[in-house]
Design a protein around this ligand. Structure first.
Ligand SMILES: [Zn+2]
Length: 262
């Protein structure tokens, strides 16, 4: 049974609040699971935007169970697989595939300095194609619309690999200081390194930071020495590193908010 089958079964058997934020190019549902412990803050966790990084879908299912059991603060909306068509391609034909069915790299299709990234391509392919215009793909559009409908306080994007955390996108002043603190709290629990990515543009994280003015992290799970796509045998180690990340960033967010209000 592959990860898409596992996700379908998980969705069918899940008793809590769940739904579909939209459909992929090939009409596959993009599932979300919503866990409400307290009303505030609202957090979005999204995974497997890049096809070959479906280890993050496995991780997401475990994080849902953990938050369900141990989460005390916040409402978290988990989206385990933003790019189900791409995952299917990575599982069946091209193991290193990153894009969606149309050959668009969804994580450069967001409207945040769109098309200005160092590795951006303007022709469809396995990776790095920005699309014909921002949000031209149903998957990026669905995630944008879902995000705007919630107006979250924080977003986390899981990718693989490298054991790194990205948080910057031209923030300044209070927002910059706040977002650095949030990233540091993620670093403390995961042991991952914080890294600058000055030449990347058009990502979901970038769009959240620039347009929504909220802290947004990209967390690259898995040791860089491992080969793509990371298999399920790596899941336990990755889960151990990331199991408390959500609790830590929500806690730090609330602390910073309280401090600001004083
Ligand atoms: Zn990625």
């Amino acid at each position: 049974m592959n990860i898409l089958d596992e996700l379908d079964i998980f969705y069918d058997h899940y008793c809590g609040e769940k739904g579909i934020i939209g459909y992929s190019r090939l009409n596959k549902p993009i599932y979300r699971f919503s866990l409400r412990k307290t009303f505030y803050p609202t957090v979005i966790v999204q995974c497997a935007m890049h096809a070959r990084e479906y280890i993050t879908t496995y991780l997401c299912l475990k994080l849902i169970e953990r938050f369900n059991l141990f989460g005390k603060v916040g409402t978290v909306h988990f989206i385990p697989a933003v790019n189900p068509d791409g995952i299917e391609i990575a599982l069946t034909k091209k193991p290193l595939y990153k894009a969606n069915f149309a050959g668009v790299d969804l994580n450069v299709n967001f409207d945040a300095k769109w098309g200005k990234g160092e590795k951006n391509l303007f022709k469809k392919g396995d990776e790095n194609f920005v699309g014909n215009y921002p949000f031209c793909e149903p998957e990026s559009k669905a995630l944008r619309n879902f995000t705007l409908s919630l107006n979250p306080q924080l977003t986390i994007s899981f990718h693989s690999k490298g054991q790194e955390i990205y948080w910057e996108f031209c923030q300044s002043g209070y927002e910059r200081a706040r977002d650095r603190q949030i990233a540091k709290s993620a670093k403390q629990v995961t042991g991952y390194k914080i890294k600058s990515t000055p030449n990347s543009c058009g990502g979901y994280k970038d769009w959240c930071v620039q347009k929504l003015k909220i802290p947004a992290l990209t967390v690259e799970v898995g040791n860089d020495a491992l080969a793509h796509p990371l298999g399920k045998e790596n899941l336990e180690e990755i889960y151990q590193q990331n199991k408390d990340l959500l609790f830590a960033v929500i806690k730090r967010y609330m602390e910073l908010k309280c401090k600001k209000n004083l």
